[in-house]
Ligand binder design. Structure first.
Ligand SMILES: [Fe+2]
Ligand SMILES: [Fe+2]
Length: 292
């Protein structure tokens, strides 16, 4: 059943962040004026959108319940690399855009734009820190993982795939789609069992959550773990698996989302000027070294 794809086919997008163009199409910034938007985003050509669609096709084909179990068993041993946050940021910054390294800001700049927008709104420091680190799980790409197992919308596996998930028609090719154990509304789960009981499709969100879970306040952990779970935080289509605590905590996930999606400005932040503040913030909450 599995197609065998070569390295290039496994990674159809030139840049691991190209899927975010599709997010902005689906969830445009309500505060942005149209002209400004076009000026900033006129590079989103149809060829790029095709590669995003192909990315989602293989994501939806391969993200099965068993696949998630395999990836958890492997990556949650955390035996790849020991790094400080700063080493992880440098490592992540080695990810470059295959098509045009000049077009996009690097990963550190995206992280700083997110966290600086949070800081400017006067949120608590752990919220700022969350913005700064939320995408560090993308180092998975550098451990040889294909794009479809690192980024993209996340969704529960082990139960029916919601129609509100982007390109949900592609789930028809996923073996779990016809597996009676998994293809009902609740699948293997109990009503309102709580998201902690629910396996999510594998990617940078879950991975970083597992690395950070002992160090940050609970709202921060929810923001990291579920920031790509659009079928819930935007579409509210998995309420039947959530408990009361999840509902409370998703207010934070929703508060975080606009900073992730809408803080990308063409102007690069002044990294040197900002670093001392972030060094202090990282040292306040996180140990010197983390296991990836
Ligand atoms: Fe992300
Ligand atoms: Fe992000």
């Amino acid at each position: 059943m599995k197609e065998s794809l070569d390295k290039h086919q496994q990674n159809p997008m030139d840049n691991v962040d190209d899927w975010e163009d599709n997010l902005l199409e689906r969830y445009p910034d309500p505060t942005e004026d149209k002209k400004e938007k076009e000026a900033f985003r006129n590079y989103v050509d149809s060829e790029r959108l095709d590669t995003v669609k192909e990315f989602y096709r293989i994501n939806h084909l391969y993200q099965t319940y068993d696949f998630v179990c395999e990836k958890e068993a492997d990556f949650l041993k955390f035996d790849r690399k020991e790094m400080s946050i700063w080493e992880a940021v440098d490592f992540l910054n080695t990810l470059v855009d295959d098509s045009d390294p000049d077009i996009d800001l690097d990963q550190l700049q995206h992280l700083l734009q997110t966290s600086e927008a949070i800081r400017a709104d006067g949120h608590p420091d752990w919220f700022v820190l969350t913005g700064f680190i939320h995408d560090l799980g993308k180092v998975l790409c550098l451990f040889g993982e294909p794009q479809w197992a690192v980024v993209g919308d996340t969704f529960p596996v082990g139960c029916a795939y919601s129609d509100t998930i982007v390109y949900s028609e592609f789930f028809k090719e996923n073996p779990d789609y016809t597996n009676a154990r998994f293809n009902t509304k609740y699948g293997i789960y109990e009503p309102n069992c709580g998201l902690d009981q629910v396996k999510m499709s594998w990617g940078h969100d879950e991975y970083l959550y597992q690395i950070m879970k002992d160090y940050l306040p609970e709202p921060a952990l929810y923001m990291i773990r579920y920031h790509s779970f659009y079928a819930q935080h935007r579409e509210n289509d998995y309420r039947h698996l959530m408990n009361d605590k999840d509902v409370e905590m998703f207010k934070w996930v929703q508060a975080f989302n606009p900073y992730d999606l809408y803080s990308k400005a063409p102007v690069a932040p002044n990294v040197e000027e900002l670093l001392p503040y972030y060094k202090g913030l990282v040292a306040k909450y996180l140990p010197e070294k983390l296991k990836f």
